[in-house]
Design a protein around this ligand. Sequence first.
Ligand code: DG2
Length: 249
Amino acid sequence: SEVGTLVLLRHGESEWNAKNLFTGWVDVDLSAKGEAEARRGGELLREHDLLPDLVHTSVLRRAIRTAEIALHTCDRHWIPVRRSWRLNERHYGALQGKNKKQTLEQYGEEQFMLWRRSYDTPPPPIADDDEWSQVGDPRYAYLPPELMPRTECLKDVVNRMLPYWYDQIVPDLLEGRTVLVAAHGNSLRALVKHLDRISDEAIAGLNIPTGIPLRYDLDRDLRPITPGGIYLDPEAAREAAAAVANQGR
Ligand code: DG2
């Protein structure tokens, strides 16, 4: 393609993915399995000769460490890195810290799936004095107070992610770079929705597996040459995406 290559990578399994807890902006670490997934992600990049020139991450540890481990594995630990809260996971509001299975049992399938996968129904907002609130976290000190979320639906994520996409990532792609974006299930769903022009309804069925690089070759108008992109390990991606879809059950 004329423009550079975009590589999307959801962090490896986190400690809270393993415990089946809603995470959002809570800054949990990778599990041991997640570290191994990140290494495997780096091996896939190396095997496919898809070596990033620079990397963008969220400001959350699980994405930062995934990028670090994957890049270390493919000898690209030295590339420039930029980080932004705009790539953070969707803020999960009052669900942060709650068990997904218990939430499903308590509120029922319909409400549970509305909160997890509807485009525009945010979970209830989190209280500022909740133990899983990010109010007062120094990494957000520079954020204008009105931009600090207490909950987000996917539509909110699209709206806060897109300025970063256009201002910070697209220019790198237009210069022909291979750009790695290490982020999260829902912030990457937001980006994929935009790239592939997926409808508000159809995006509910799209799940991103952990640790498997997803390659997008784009044309000059930034439209994907292969819709949906190409997972570097398609079979593992299919299985892992199905597991994400079934979380809570
Ligand atoms: C998960 C996504 O985010 O959860 O916040 O719990 O990618 O950072 O592990 P991630 C969370 P679901 O929306 O798939 O329930």
